[in-house]
Design a protein around this ligand. Structure first.
Ligand SMILES: [Zn+2]
Length: 329
């Protein structure tokens, strides 16, 4: 479905069947010289059909079209490889483009798998979790020849004069586009209104929640009239949403601290005890993929608490165990 947002700017609902996200928003900016597509959807048939139909309806000349990928996740950049032409540029951050180009690299997925294993994710569903992971299943055909963008870079498309805003957290290299004259903000998955962006830890050294909260503060300094997110509805009241998201993570962090205040647990066990806004009665009933993302989210909150000095990690036979510093075990 194509919705005209304002002059020369269209939103396409790219469907994501059997995915709780429901759809990805792909935005198309049309101008006399170059067009810009912001995010694409997954590299799967349903997304391809929807985006192709939209391009045809708008009579978009793909040889005059560039692509901006907000972040590495397959529901944003997976499909780009199917539409680029030899004259198309594909913009992304250095960190996220690097991971996109790893594609199904065994070493990369092996390290991720091992990190989850060390955090108690059940061995018997690990392979299934990877094989069904959207980033593995619906990734772009790689390698892609990215044009790297970073904080404060300018990107001009017709009457639109964008400034690149680096917003690490949802992914380490997440980028947003800000148009200061029209006060538009393409937020990717940094700022969503109807759902909460997933903040997950899948690698040892990062602290994505800390990065995310800092990136929220950064956005609150901008003067924005319209937020164009990667999923669900376009919205205006971003300051209120930032406050809600910060409160959400404060409550989640406290919940994890309370869980670890009772006993030492691994990351999977912590996640299984957290409250989740899903329609399953128990954590055990969650589909494998939801268990995977829940574990990543639990670990992001645990890591945040470790770096705050409130939780400590111990290692027993290569497995990690976490406990609140207030507990003696
Ligand atoms: Zn997304």
């Amino acid at each position: 479905m194509i919705t005209k947002v304002i002059d020369n700017l269209y939103k396409i609902d790219v469907p994501l069947p059997k995915n709780p996200l429901k759809s990805t928003n792909s935005y198309i900016l049309v101008s006399q010289d170059r067009n810009l597509v912001i995010d694409t959807g997954m590299n799967r048939k349903e997304c391809f059909t929807a985006l192709k139909a939209a391009f045809e309806e708008l009579a978009l000349d793909l040889s005059m079209t560039d692509f901006f990928i907000t972040h590495l996740h397959a529901d944003h950049g997976g499909l780009v490889s199917e539409f680029i032409t030899p004259t198309s540029k594909v913009y992304c951050s250095e960190k996220d483009s690097y991971i996109i180009n790893l594609g199904r690299d065994e070493g990369y997925w092996g390290r991720t798998k091992n990190f989850l294993r060390q955090n108690g994710f059940p061995e018997e569903i690990l392979a299934e979790a990877i094989n069904n992971h959207p980033g593995y299943k619906y990734c772009a055909r790689v390698p892609l020849d990215f044009v790297i963008l970073k904080e404060d870079d300018a990107l001009d498309i017709g009457d639109y004069h964008f400034k690149v805003i680096s917003t690490p957290g949802h992914t380490e290299g997440h980028l947003c586009l800000y148009e200061p004259y029209k006060k538009l903000f393409f937020s990717g998955d940094h700022l969503l209104n109807d759902i909460t962006p997933n903040i997950s830890l899948f690698a040892e050294k990062l602290n994505p929640l800390q990065q995310y909260l800092k990136s929220l503060d950064k956005i609150s300094q901008l003067d924005i009239s319209l937020v164009l997110p990667g999923h669900r509805r376009i919205f205006t009241d971003y300051q209120e949403r930032i406050k809600e998201l910060k409160l959400h993570h404060k409550i989640r962090t406290q919940e994890v601290l309370d869980i670890l205040g009772r006993q030492a647990l691994n990351g999977y066990q912590v996640s299984s005890r957290m409250t989740w806004d899903l329609t399953y009665k128990t954590f055990e009933e969650f589909p494998v993929q939801q268990k995977w993302f829940a574990t990543g989210e639990g670990l992001a909150h645990i890591k945040y608490l470790i770096d705050q000095g409130l939780v400590e990690r111990t290692e027993v036979d290569g497995m990690y165990l976490y406990k609140c510093k207030c507990v003696s075990v």
